[in-house]
Design a binder for this molecule. Structure first.
Ligand code: ZN
Length: 191
């Protein structure tokens, strides 16, 4: 199945994970930063249109490395359009039913970028947008076909008195970003 997620609604409180996730996983933030760079390039070279990237994080037990997989992007959207990203259901591990002698690739998380929006006419209230995971993002993580932690790549933003963070119209497109975790209440079944 394909989730159609809107970026218009943002939840009030988000847990924030700094860009360096941990010393043991430095490659994942670097890889997600590369995907963000593609989204920035898209926005810069196709203004006023943007698109959001998504995909999965796998653990390759043959190499002991985390990798990105199934990376795709949503449709282009512009002023007045609904923001869109696409994520499929959690793919089967490779192989799907590993034996103790296999060195499987496990799907351990999903991710998506939010669009590098910086134009006033993209914003629902005219002066900015919330940053971080939306309620739809949390729902997608906990969907029966997903049940995986997720990561959202988005701007750090500026804190507001209500505890949220926002980007305001005119913020630089290369403003600092963060990786925001999404922890679902239930995880995928163990292999
Ligand atoms: Zn999102």
């Amino acid at each position: 199945m394909i989730f159609q997620l809107s970026s218009r609604t943002r939840i009030a409180a988000v847990l924030i994970l700094l860009f360096t996730v941990s010393s043991a996983q430095t490659s994942v933030p670097t890889l997600l930063g590369n995907v963000w760079a593609m989204a920035v390039l898209d926005a810069t070279t196709n203004a006023p249109y943007v698109r959001e990237y998504s995909g999965f994080i796998t653990l390759n037990t043959a190499t002991d490395k985390y990798e990105l997989a199934n990376v795709t992007c949503g449709n282009w959207y512009g002023p007045g359009d609904d923001p869109e990203m696409k994520i499929s259901a959690r793919p089967k591990d490779i192989p799907p039913n590993p034996s103790p002698l296999d060195k499987p690739i496990y799907y351990v998380a999903w991710f998506h970028t939010h669009a590098p929006l910086y134009r006033a006419d993209f914003h629902e209230d005219g002066d900015g947008r919330f940053v971080g995971p939306s309620q739809e993002d949390f729902d997608a993580s906990n969907h029966p076909s997903m049940k995986l932690p997720g990561f959202v790549v988005d701007y750090v933003g500026e804190p507001t008195p209500t505890g949220t963070s926002v980007i305001l119209v005119g913020h630089p497109i290369d403003a600092p970003i963060m990786i925001y975790p999404i922890t679902p209440p239930e995880r995928r079944p163990l292999p």
